[in-house]
Design a protein around this ligand. Structure first.
Ligand code: NAD
Length: 390
């Protein structure tokens, strides 16, 4: 019995072997939006001998050119709009690294031009935009993958493996979320906190990760109803920004949420209790827990959403009539490799005619929950989540 359990835990070990990259075909890649996350994409593209960055676009004049100079991209054309770039270039793939509110227009235009897309998370802002994106993707026949690098993390894969193994039995209740005590993201300006650029706040920025962790583990059951809440008590307070050494006027620009919560009914009779914070007077709004008829899983929370988890996973279950807790050893986690794999898996799918590693068929439900929380909070009551056929 003991041997079987050890063998079971060993099965969670990951295969860390690197694959050799076939350089026979070099992919012509463009980047739209040359802000912070574009640098992270560039850092990974640089390691890939089968990628040539041939075009950059940013609507801020001179920003794409400065990015090209910083990264030593001498043989690369810079544009001041995504349309100019996509109209002029023959590309195999594009990284869309713009702020949330322009995800839909840039993605749809790229797909219409027959370009495969790696789109940064969150998918977009509203369910309507998400549906338009999915329809454009379907019509184009191109690959569209969403930038959820935590999915590449060994411990995250383990969460899914445990749930899918049936060890927990039938899942009936999930609590997820997380947050930071003081972590409203304004590292290089206000694109995350203004309604016109960010669209949603903590809900979309880090909430999408918490939702993906549990929904992906469960196989993305469809969301049916949601009762949502959102607030902005920290973001709209000038004192918050002054204490952070930032301009007080950021508070008047703040047009999104710094806290959001939702009570969601999922297909299969599963309840999802979710809360997420960019700022709060609390260390954590709670660990993630997945409760099942045979066992429950605890995933310790972290304050930073790079795919890490806050400690070993714990399974609470019965063994030989005793209530026990089995601790699953933490696997080595490399945040940088997760970012590499996110891009590599997408490019491999492009090269080999595969499917999107993080498909919109799943993330559409993630977005519909976020948008559902926003709409329910506005209305002040529970609403049905209506997702049209794609
Ligand atoms: N996966 C991750 O870990 C991660 C981390 C940070 C940010 N992100 C996501 O990446 C996106 C961008 O974040 P950021 O921190 O780089 O923001 P940012 O504001 O630094 O950069 C966005 C850039 O997009 C440009 N832009 C906007 N619309 C454009 C358009 N139509 N055409 C060309 N350029 C356009 C802006 O001028 C800006 O330079 C956000 O959606 C964010 O959620 C993901």
């Amino acid at each position: 019995m003991a041997d079987k359990r050890v063998a079971g835990l060993d099965a969670f070990k990951t295969n860390q072997e690197e694959k050799t990259i076939d350089t026979a075909k070099v992919l012509r890649v463009g980047i739209i939006g040359t802000g912070w996350i574009a640098g992270s994409h560039m850092q990974q593209y640089e390691k890939m001998p089968d990628v040539k960055i041939v075009a950059l676009a940013d609507i801020v004049p001179g920003k794409a050119k400065a990015f090209a100079e910083k990264w030593g991209l001498t043989d690369c054309t810079c544009y001041e709009s995504h349309t100019a770039m996509l109209d002029s270039e023959e590309l195999d793939a594009v990284s869309i690294c713009t702020y949330n509110c322009t995800h839909a227009e840039c993605t749809i235009y790229a797909l219409e031009k027959g370009v495969n897309v790696l789109l940064e998370k969150p998918l977009c802002v509203t369910t309507e935009e998400a549906v338009d994106i999915c329809r454009a993707e379907k019509k184009s026949g191109k690959i569209l993958s969403i930038g959820f690098q935590p999915r590449c993390d060994a411990n995250m894969k383990m969460v899914k493996k445990i749930v899918q193994s049936g060890e927990l039995g039938q899942i009936y209740y999930i609590q997820t979320g997380g947050g930071r005590r003081k972590g409203i993201p304004t590292p290089f300006g206000t694109t995350f906190i203004e309604k016109e650029t960010g669209g949603v706040g903590a809900l979309g920025d880090i909430g999408c990760y918490s939702l993906d962790m549990v929904l992906n583990a469960l196989g993305y059951p469809k969301p049916l109803t949601v009762s949502g809440y959102r607030s902005a008590f920290f973001g709209q307070n000038p004192e918050y920004f002054i204490a952070q050494g930032k301009p007080a006027e950021y508070a008047s620009l703040f047009g999104v949420d710094d806290f959001g919560a939702g009570f969601i009914r999922l297909e299969g009779g599963i309840i999802l209790d979710f809360r997420i914070a960019w700022a709060m007077h609390l260390d954590t709004p709670g660990d993630t827990i997945i409760m099942g008829t045979k066992g429950s899983l605890r995933i310790p929370s972290t304050d930073c959403w790079n795919g890490s988890i806050g400690g070993p996973l714990k399974i609470y279950h019965e063994v030989a009539g005793n209530s026990v807790c089995t601790e699953i050893p933490m696997l080595p986690s490399d945040g940088n490799k997760n970012f590499y794999d996110k891009i590599r898996l997408f490019l491999d799918a492009v090269k080999n005619g595969g499917t999107a590693p993080v498909p919109t068929s799943e993330i559409l439900y993630n977005q519909a929950i976020i948008d559902g929380i926003v709409r329910s909070a506005e209305l002040g009551h529970e609403i049905e989540i209506d997702i049209p056929e794609i």
